[in-house]
Design a protein around this ligand. Structure first.
Ligand code: FAD
Length: 117
């Protein structure tokens, strides 16, 4: 159980960073397997996320707003929208999702190393 608010916030920031960077790198035209993997990743995250209260609430959000896995745009806009649902609940500002790709470019897409993309 995580009782410390600073640690909980730090975990949240790190996790959102990973989630938004992952969806920004997700394929434009994913295979069935890639779609299944992203869907399962979010379902498993909602069970294993170490802040129990956050995990329980996130499970409810996923039921209401199922992960969108059909393309990079769909997945990254969905992740931004779900983060905004959490922002709303916590009384935080709503984030503008229009420049999400640029903000979460991880710099991994180099042509020198294709395994890196
Ligand atoms: P964060 O919300 O962590 O965001 C980090 C940065 O991402 C922001 O500074 C901004 O630059 C950017 N950002 C903000 N909104 C968006 C968006 N919509 N899309 C893309 N980028 C954005 N905390 C709780 O107290 N209770 C909970 O129930 C809870 N549930 C959570 C569930 C999940 C799945 C996750 C990952 C975190 C949860 N958290 C919860 C943590 C909470 O969401 C924040 O991460 C934490 O409060 C720190 O907030 P922050 O203001 O630093 O910014």
């Amino acid at each position: 159980k995580m009782g410390n608010a600073t640690q909980k916030a730090e975990l949240g920031r790190s996790t959102w960073k990973l989630l938004h960077t992952m969806t920004a790198q997700y394929p434009e035209h994913p295979t069935t397997e890639e779609r299944k993997a992203l869907q399962q990743f979010f379902m498993l995250l909602s069970r294993l996320y170490p802040c129990g209260e956050c995990a329980a609430h996130f499970q409810l959000l996923l039921k209401r707003y199922p992960p969108q896995t059909s393309s990079k745009i769909a997945a990254s806009q969905w992740a931004c929208a779900i983060h905004n649902k959490v922002n709303e609940r916590l009384g935080k500002d709503i984030f503008d999702c229009s420049n999400i790709q640029e903000k979460y470019d991880c710099g991994c897409n180099t042509t020198e190393d294709e395994n890196d993309s």
